[in-house]
Design a binder for this molecule. Structure first.
Ligand SMILES: Nc1ncnc2c1ncn2[C@@H]1O[C@H](COP(=O)(O)OP(=O)(O)OP(=O)(O)O)[C@@H](O)[C@H]1O
Ligand SMILES: [Mg+2]
Length: 347
């Protein structure tokens, strides 16, 4: 009589750790019922590519066993250099014809053989009547997507969707914050070796790029310039050791390319058809709480910078966080939570 409520696990395979977030579909919307973070993966994933399969597999199996997720249905994502998201302009065509034509368009815009990529697209103004239309083109290396799905299956899981990090982050932010339609917002997810930047407006991505930059760069800089050992540097980045005043400049300098990346995203947009500016930045990922990053970006870009709480509007039992500090963990669950939302019919 009581149908078991469906749940799904968002699996974020990061280079630092695997994050898994389980959401249950309830009549009142999604509910967070469980989450887990794996042991550090140490170089097993580099630039979004799985280098040491066995290590990742082992970590994934352990995570699912120890955290007792209810569902084996998972949604995961790919990211990094092998993923390309581009807004292009092409002759206006109905959806089905556009599907054919997109292959030809991709040949011009994607630096890989079109036979080696999985293509997806979205017409950004389907009700428009101009001769041309804006299309969001998404291409991901086929071998990356397939090996990702294979790995999940090998761990005994059932992948239902393979998405990309940036769109998952957008899902998570949109589910938890009310954004003004006109407002142009930069979503910046800072991980260990990758930063996903996605500038959105009115629910649409208008500039999306992954930068090779993250906590690893800060750790390296602290080791080189402040003579810290790797574990000391890591403790500073993770807030387990006090960040001395003299570290501030080193941390800022390491994040400088991130600030430049956001600036570039802004100027790219301005040189396009839109004339607006980024009015707000949402910061997520494991590095969202690195001492000084939020204020650094705020000063640099002169806009409010907010650390994402992906559970702000998602109900959960606080007990699932156990002794962990929810505020510290939550920003790093943004991708995983956004992925799980994908199959909740939220987007
Ligand atoms: N409290 C924290 N807990 C975990 N990681 C933290 C914390 N504070 C800072 N960090 C840093 O955040 C980074 C990990 O972030 P995240 O989990 O988002 O990365 P990832 O998804 O595993 O990696 P990537 O996406 O770059 O491949 C590491 O550099 C880590 O040192
Ligand atoms: Mg990540």
């Amino acid at each position: 009589m009581f149908k078991k409520q469906q749940s799904v696990v968002g699996v974020d395979l990061g280079s630092h750790t695997i994050k898994a977030v389980e959401l249950q579909a309830t009549p009142n919307g999604p509910r967070l019922i469980n989450f887990g973070v794996s042991e550090p993966l140490s170089e097993a994933i580099v630039d979004g590519e799985i280098i040491d399969r066995e290590l990742v597999l082992e970590a994934l199996r352990k995570l699912f066993e120890s955290r007792h997720f209810r569902s084996k249905k998972v949604v995961s994502a790919v990211s990094g250099r092998a993923v390309i998201v581009k807004k292009i302009t092409m002759d206006r065509l109905p959806q089905e014809e556009a599907r054919q034509a997109i292959v030809w368009e991709a040949e011009q815009h994607v630096p890989y053989d079109v036979n080696d990529v999985v293509l997806d697209f979205e017409i950004m103004d389907p009700d428009g009547d101009g001769k041309q239309m804006d299309v969001l083109l998404v291409a991901a290396k086929k071998d990356l997507v397939l090996s990702h799905a294979d790995l999940l299956r090998e761990a005994g899981l059932t992948p239902v969707i393979i998405d990309i990090d940036s769109f998952a982050i957008q899902n998570a932010v949109e589910a938890n914050y009310t954004l003004d339609e006109k407002e142009m917002v930069a979503l910046v997810n800072v991980g260990a070796e990758l930063t996903n930047i996605n500038v959105i407006q009115n629910g649409k991505p208008i500039f999306t790029k992954d930068l090779q930059l993250g906590g690893n760069n800060v750790e390296e800089a602290l080791q080189r310039k402040q003579n810290l050992t790797q574990s000391e540097a890591q403790a500073v980045v993770q807030g387990r050791a006090p960040a001395k005043a003299e570290y501030a400049e080193t941390i800022r300098a390491a994040f400088e390319p991130l600030a430049t990346g956001i600036e570039r995203a802004g100027s790219f947009i301005k040189s396009g058809s839109e004339s607006e500016k980024i009015s707000r930045i949402f910061l997520s990922g494991g590095c969202a709480r690195v001492d000084g990053l939020r204020t650094f970006l705020e000063e640099r870009h002169q806009v409010p910078v907010e650390v994402v709480n992906p559970t702000a509007r998602i109900p959960y039992d606080p007990a699932i966080f156990g002794s962990q500090d929810m505020e510290t963990v939550a920003p790093s669950l943004t991708v995983g939570l956004g992925l799980a939302l994908r199959s909740m019919g939220d987007k």
